[in-house]
Design a binder for this molecule. Structure first.
Ligand code: IMP
Length: 203
């Protein structure tokens, strides 16, 4: 396991969560509190949200985290999405963008389905990916990747969750993410796996 160098110790320090999404900030704060790390949101510090111009999850997570270090504090950002193997990894980093400005995920899921049909795809395997980037004001950055493998189902199943949850059946399960409660879904997620790696590096 990689050990954090001393100048990158975080215990007892404040860290910026490079997100303007209040739910995400709350979730990350709760995870970091037991380690003695206080999380503050990028919105509370009036930090601008950079455009996600990179072509990988790692690149986008890094650019968000690095931009937030202008506060003088270390910073944590995440980037996530759904990769469909038969679509060469699409929608991938464009997962949120496929839902359009109205964030219409029924539309985005239909597009995934239509593109698979158009290709006559038989392989319905997919994975959710989450990359966390931890950046320091001295320019150092580290990333942590978590993945959740599964297959796609059609029609969508379940009203719970968000985004592409109703079409994603995680490996070894009989219910889609959309049919699971938050508590049932959480330990199976790409996000939880990325966090496990981050916490192991911080401890
Ligand atoms: P981000 O906020 O830029 O990371 O956007 C990630 C997008 O990927 C979200 O808008 C969702 O569409 C999708 N996504 C990421 N994680 C999940 C998940 O756990 N369930 C369903 N969709 C997800």
């Amino acid at each position: 396991m990689l050990i954090m160098p001393e100048q990158h110790e975080l215990a007892g320090r404040r860290l910026v969560v490079a997100s303007h999404n209040a739910g995400k900030v709350r979730e990350i704060s709760a995870l970091l509190a037991p380690l003695g790390i206080e999380a503050v949101s990028a919105a509370a510090l009036n930090l601008p949200e950079p455009e996600e111009t990179a072509l990988t999850f790692e690149g986008n997570a890094e650019l968000k985290a690095v931009a937030a270090t202008q506060s003088g504090l270390p910073s944590l950002a995440d980037d996530s999405g759904l990769e469909v193997m038969a679509l060469d990894g699409a929608p991938g980093i464009y997962s949120a963008r496929w839902a359009g400005p109205g964030k219409d995920f029924a539309f985005a899921m239909q597009r995934v389905h239509d593109e698979l049909e158009a290709k006559g795809a038989r392989d319905l395997s997919a994975r959710f990916v989450c990359v966390l980037a931890l950046a320091f004001p001295d320019g150092a950055v580290r990333t942590f990747r978590g993945e959740a493998n599964g297959v796609l189902v059609w029609p969508p199943r379940g009203e719970k969750g968000f985004g592409y949850d109703p079409i994603f059946l995680p490996e070894g399960e009989t219910r889609t993410f959309g049919e699971m409660t938050h508590e049932e879904k959480l330990p199976l997620t790409h996000r939880a796996r990325a966090f496990e790696k981050l916490l192991a590096a911080l401890k």
